[in-house]
Ligand binder design. Sequence first.
Ligand SMILES: [Zn+2]
Length: 86
Amino acid sequence: MTMEWISVKDRLPESEIGVLMYELGGISIGRSCSKEVFAAHNIAFEEWDGAAYYPVCPTHWMPLPESPEKYCDICKNELVACVCME
Ligand SMILES: [Zn+2]
């Protein structure tokens, strides 16, 4: 799988997937917003700060590579669908 940065001007990810995000000077991990959040607030990406998700505006993104541990220990969901931290 080739990992290439995608400009937000070119394409946005499908809703609610884990993404790597690039914003001036830094790379972070977050997720794409739900369709509802995007429609209501025009926010495409959000990042977890340990207590809540907050909106971020990266210039580029790419899908997260598959984790070596695919499932959450707690909820047994796939990690990208895990809601334990919410
Ligand atoms: Zn979980």
